[in-house]
Design a protein around this ligand. Structure first.
Ligand code: OGA
Ligand code: ZN
Length: 400
């Protein structure tokens, strides 16, 4: 019953179950699918358009990675697991995780090669997209009335802990998920537990702590193909391979990354909504200095059109990615990821290649990069996040 006619919030259909096939009127087409040897598909990737490649043996040695194989072979860990719904803490201003969790920075480049998916506190609101009106501390936030949203238990909305520490007005931030480290066995217990109470999403970069058999499978990936394509497509070096194990209904909400991504589906299916970088004005990303940098402020299932009027113009493609498929997610393309089943996947994140000759008119992705740099430079000069907004308004309002 998600996103019903009157735009109701995402609701569980049964305890712990969410509709994974919500109809969105902004989906305008499907991401094209090509056999991995089809030059048309490869050309589209070179031009930084999303494509699904089929029939690839890039990660064929990992097609057998199911939960029992991983349990036997993945090793001692620990593994990075995001948890949602564990505690009942609702303290929007608290930046410290519960005492029972280990908190470390995450190397997933959702935050441009810096750490981002860090310390997550949690809130135990359970399902439903409950809203908390948070007017903030009177003495601190007289001027600002900030509406805080606490996400539904299936929404894994990441944040950058360093940016949280540096955030001046913490009332603009609500921490919902917590990043913990645990053994694979402990993860599996949670994975198989009551999904209406707690949900988990394992997101662990593969490293040299994995067991021998997994390491052998990894070495057996088609690295010659990966290296040839990296060169052909002008990409920079591989930065990481993230292993993702998600529960049906888990959602990674709409965000973009600053890396090229070959997303390889191993088990179960995922539904991606992909938005080109031209949708920047429709998706209202948080400020670059905000812990939710690179993520949309808009709740796709319950958009607030008063705050985000341009969302009416948003347009996306859809990609249903099945085991054996590889989805290319171009750098700066927004993606909203719905686990339509329990899933296992591994991605390949690459840095951007060196700049080729600049051609005009500039591409949307180049303008996004410019906007990010202007924001960073202004903040660096001003040293004050509130001043940044004032100066930007002063520059534009009534002038342009
Ligand atoms: C990614 C990503 C999230 C997911 O690979 O960049 O955002 O849930 N993945 O698969
Ligand atoms: Zn991503």
């Amino acid at each position: 019953m998600n996103n019903d006619e009157d735009g109701g919030p995402r609701q569980p259909i049964h305890d712990g179950e969410f509709d994974v096939w919500t109809k969105y009127s902004f989906i305008k087409g499907q991401v094209p699918k090509f056999h991995c040897n089809d030059p048309v598909g490869l050309r589209l990737i070179e031009e930084q358009n999303p494509v699904i490649l089929t029939g690839s043996d890039l990660v064929a040695t990992a097609f057998k990675w199911d939960l029992s194989y991983l349990t036997e072979h993945i090793g001692q860990g620990p593994f990075a697991v995001f948890c949602h719904g564990v505690s009942t803490s609702n303290d929007a201003l608290s930046a410290s995780p519960s005492a029972s969790t280990t908190v470390q920075s995450c190397s997933c480049p959702q935050n441009n090669r810096n750490n981002h998916k860090d310390n997550h506190n949690h809130n135990g609101n359970g399902q439903g997209s409950s809203k908390i009106k948070c007017e903030g501390d009177d003495s601190l936030n007289k001027k600002k009335k900030v509406k805080m949203e606490s996400t539904s238990i299936n929404i894994f909305k990441y944040f950058d802990d360093k940016k949280l520490q540096a955030l001046q007005d913490k009332s603009t931030f609500q921490q919902d998920i917590v990043r913990t480290e645990m053994s694979f066995e402990d993860f599996l217990n949670k994975f198989k537990g009551d999904r209406s109470k707690e949900r988990v999403y394992l997101q662990q970069p593969l490293n040299n702590t994995v067991g021998r058999q997994i390491a052998a499978d990894f070495v057996g990936f088609n690295w010659p193909w990966a290296m040839e394509k990296q060169k052909e497509w002008g990409w920079g070096p591989l930065t990481s391979n993230l292993l993702l194990i998600g529960q049906k209904g888990n959602i990674t909400p709409c965000h973009y990354d600053e890396q090229q991504n070959l997303f390889c589906q191993l088990q179960g299916s995922k539904r991606f909504l992909l938005f080109s970088p031209a949708n920047f004005r429709c998706l209202y990303p948080y400020p670059v200095h905000h812990p939710h940098d690179r993520q949309s402020q808009v709740d796709l299932d319950n958009p607030d059109f008063d705050r985000f009027p341009n969302f009416r113009q948003v347009e996306s493609l859809e990609a249903i990615v099945n085991p054996g498929d590889i989805l290319y997610i171009p750098m700066y393309w927004w993606h909203h990821v719905i686990n339509s089943e329990d899933t296992i996947a591994i991605n390949f994140w690459h840095k951007a290649g060196p700049n080729t000759q600049i051609e005009y008119p500039l591409k949307s992705r180049q303008k996004v990069a410019m906007i990010r740099n202007v924001e960073k430079m202004l903040l660096e000069a001003l040293q004050d996040q509130d001043e940044l907004a004032n100066v930007l308004h002063c520059m534009v309002d009534g002038r342009f």
